[in-house]
Ligand binder design. Structure first.
Ligand code: F6R
Length: 259
């Protein structure tokens, strides 16, 4: 796990966008995994800027989303498919038919979850962006999730519903159920990039990076993955025991070694 402590949220966004841009421009038919929530928004803005200013093209790429609310009407502005389109896909040249997301409106939801899991695995995600919840979730794998779980329906914790209430009129409007890629599905991606900024992320980040691996902090499963980059600002790094070491390592990173 490579932990990079950058000075500011803006620098974190630039680094994350740089990783995605590199994959997109050096891979034939790249597959990018997209997260929703606030954490990746700066990276999406930077990628859109690069698309407009340098011609960075997503025309050959496919994208998969991590998760989706169950129970919102089709096309609801807060559905994660809509959010990903509004914040990113509709501003670049990635063909919308190659944006994959779980079918939460299927009559047989369990079968739709299995089908989505197969799609993600068959595509093979080259780089997956992630954010982390206050309770250590990634995707919507809440505490107690099996570390080898696949795409399935999950129930959100009260904490996650109240954290996400800012996107809705009231907490009562936040769906209780979601479909999420499982931890086993997410960790099949070749490169996982965690983006976390702000002091609210300090505790879950310390648990993820330095705590014991276990279902109580689902993100800790990343300790088993062979290629994880954790991009943090100073506040999100605030509770790391080995922060000085991570800073030192990044300062002396060999110039030929990219993120
Ligand atoms: C969203 C997702 C979630 C968020 C997490 C952090 O697709 O997978 O795990 O990344 O809840 O949300 P923000 O970034 O809003 O703090």
């Amino acid at each position: 796990m490579e932990v990079v402590i950058a000075g500011s949220p803006d620098e974190v966004a630039q680094l994350a966008a740089g990783i995605v841009a590199r994959v997109v421009s050096t891979t034939e038919q790249p597959v990018i995994g997209l997260a929703t929530g606030s954490s990746p928004l700066g990276a999406y803005r930077s990628l859109i800027d690069q698309h407009r200013s340098t011609g960075l093209s997503f025309a050959g790429a496919s994208a998969v989303t991590l998760d989706e609310y169950v129970g919102l009407p089709y096309g609801h502005p807060e559905s994660y498919r809509s959010v990903i389109r509004t914040e990113f896909i509709d501003h670049v040249d990635l063909p919308v038919e190659r944006l994959h997301s779980p079918d939460v409106h299927a009559t047989d939801l369990a079968a739709a979850c299995d089908a989505y899991d197969r799609t993600v695995v068959e595509l093979g995600v080259d780089v997956q962006l992630l954010g982390i919840g206050a309770d250590g979730h990634i995707g919507f794998n809440e505490p107690g999730s099996s570390l080898s779980s696949r795409t399935r329906i999950k129930t959100l914790t009260d904490r996650t519903r109240s954290d996400n209430a800012r996107f809705f009129d009231s907490i009562g409007d936040v769906p209780r159920h979601v479909v999420t890629q499982g931890l086993g599905t997410i960790t099949a991606a070749a490169h996982l990039v965690m983006i976390a900024t702000g002091s609210g992320k300090a505790t879950p980040i310390a648990a993820m990076v330095e705590g014991p691996v276990g279902a109580s902090c689902p993100a800790s499963v990343l300790q088993f993955h062979r290629h994880v980059t954790v991009l943090l600002d100073d506040d999100a790094a605030g509770e790391l025991r080995h922060g000085d070491y991570y800073r030192e390592t990044y300062r002396h990173k060999p110039p030929w070694q990219h993120l």
